[in-house]
Design a protein around this ligand. Structure first.
Ligand code: ADP
Ligand code: MG
Length: 435
């Protein structure tokens, strides 16, 4: 017998390869952790600096800021955690997540108070300031749970990784996919879908549109999809009220939407540009974006009142049939639905049209989740043109990213956005898994 029975079987020959592999894995893991720690420290310092500023008694909201801070301490949540979520929602037919953007420079100098806390990777708490009848202030804390919650430190690449990226494989397997950016104007929809705005120009490669295009071309070349002989086309259009405009044609012509006897919906004359590589797609995006609007969304810009639909279509080279389709949608600002107070009749009508389309969209996704055959897609132009991406049972997958602004001034819109997203896919807070 051996003196060290536990080691008897482990000969050096068996140990060597796995040890070396482990070393590399450990080293990578250690570097990742160090990087994360560095980021955490930076983020915490930044946040503390912000807090000190917003708690300055000169700030009309310092009392609220203080209450929120106390609440956070009580919740024992680290101010900022690593923003990489767990892969829990992988493979789900409907994924609903939330992205909180950071406070903007202007908001920081205005000493805006951050009212959103993200205590874990799938939960979020909104601290709503309220007043008792005796005028004593208190916080009402609203908790929500989603498939993923992305905090203000998450990059577009991380958001993409957990939202649109898993749907790429789905379209190659013959499926239909949609990804919606939902939220108030200024909450980060265009930033997420179209890319960051490092200067006045949007960097398309850094948005979900561009990242999806890149992955489509890299997947196209890999087995088993390379032998399908697929070609790729792109369309980009805008829905403004009940009208559809082609963003890839000079002059942005209006297009008609027709439904044939077999309920097939067609956007007549929509440009379907053949694309050979990512650069082609980026060119199209740039062209479409310049027609749609220039740069970031200002509250009154037209782009906040229209839905922009970017589609990547895979067709079989042999018969031109659609193999798979990915629709990526930058939705109109949801605050427009509440535009009833506007004296301008056109603005009011637009607002109610946007409201209707967002409500119908929610009902269509819910119907999908229930496997119901009744889809109220005719209720709005948006759902009508996306009809083929909602029918087809298991062939259909969808993802919604609800964008929120963190500030106290947006708290009502933020709660509206979260309630809407919550209705799209109800995940109960009670059944929260212990972490
Ligand atoms: P929306 O399209 O929802 O109206 P935008 O994407 O135009 O909003 O974003 C509004 C502003 O906030 C822009 O200046 C944008 O650069 C900034 N912003 C949005 N999301 C982020 C983010 N995650 N990180 C940094 N800045 C952001
Ligand atoms: Mg926008």
């Amino acid at each position: 017998g051996s003196l060290l029975p536990g080691l008897a079987a482990a000969t050096p020959r068996q140990l060597t390869p796995s040890v070396r592999e482990d070393d590399v894995v450990h080293q990578i893991e250690r570097m990742r952790k160090e990087r994360e720690q560095r980021r955490e420290v930076q983020a915490r310092t930044r946040q503390e600096r912000e807090q000190v500023k917003s708690e300055d008694p000169g700030n009309p909201n310092w009392e609220i800021a203080k209450m929120i801070r106390a609440q956070r301490v009580q919740m024992e949540s680290q101010p900022v955690k690593s923003c990489i979520p767990n892969g829990r929602a992988k493979g789900h037919q409907i994924v609903v997540c939330v992205r909180k953007r950071p406070l903007r420079r202007k908001e920081l100098t205005d000493r805006e108070v951050d009212v959103v806390t993200i205590p874990s990777k799938d939960t979020l708490v909104v601290h709503e300031p309220r007043k008792h009848v005796n005028l004593v202030k208190f916080l009402e804390n609203h908790s929500f749970r989603f498939d993923y919650v992305f905090n203000e430190d998450c990059s577009n690449a991380t958001v993409y990784e957990f939202t649109a990226r898993p749907l790429i494989k789905h379209i190659f397997e013959g499926g239909m996919a949609t990804c919606f950016a939902y939220g108030q104007t200024g909450s980060g929809k265009t930033h997420t879908m179209g890319g960051r705005f490092p200067g006045s120009q949007q960097s398309s490669m850094d948005g979900i549109y561009g990242m999806a295009a890149k992955d489509v071309f890299s997947t196209l070349k890999t087995a088993p999809y390379s032998r399908l002989k697929l070609k790729v086309t792109c369309s980009f259009f805008e829905i403004y009220g009940t009208r559809v405009y082609d963003l890839l044609m000079p002059g942005k012509p209006q297009l008609r939407v027709l439904e044939d006897g077999k309920q097939q919906v067609q956007v007549v004359g929509l440009t379907q540009n053949a694309v050979k590589n990512t650069a082609d797609v980026l060119n199209l995006l740039e062209m479409g974006n310049s027609v749609r609007t220039s740069g970031q969304t200002s509250a009154n810009s037209k782009s906040s009142r229209s839905h922009a639909v970017f589609q990547i279509v895979l067709r079989s080279e042999a018969n031109q049939r659609i193999h798979g389709k990915f629709s990526l949608i930058d939705l109109a600002g949801n605050e427009r639905g509440a535009d009833n107070s506007s004296a301008d009749r056109v603005t009011r009508l637009e607002g109610s049209e946007i409201n209707k389309s967002l409500l119908v969209l929610k009902e269509c996704i819910r119907a999908l989740g229930r496997q119901s055959s009744h889809l109220p897609f005719r209720g709005s132009k948006l759902t009508q043109v996306l009809r083929d991406s909602f029918i087809g049972g298991k062939k259909v997958k969808t993802c919604m990213i609800a964008m929120i602004s963190p500030g106290l001034h947006s708290v009502e819109h933020t709660l509206n956005t979260l309630r809407y997203a919550d209705r799209v896919k109800e995940l109960s807070v009670e059944s929260m898994s212990p972490k």
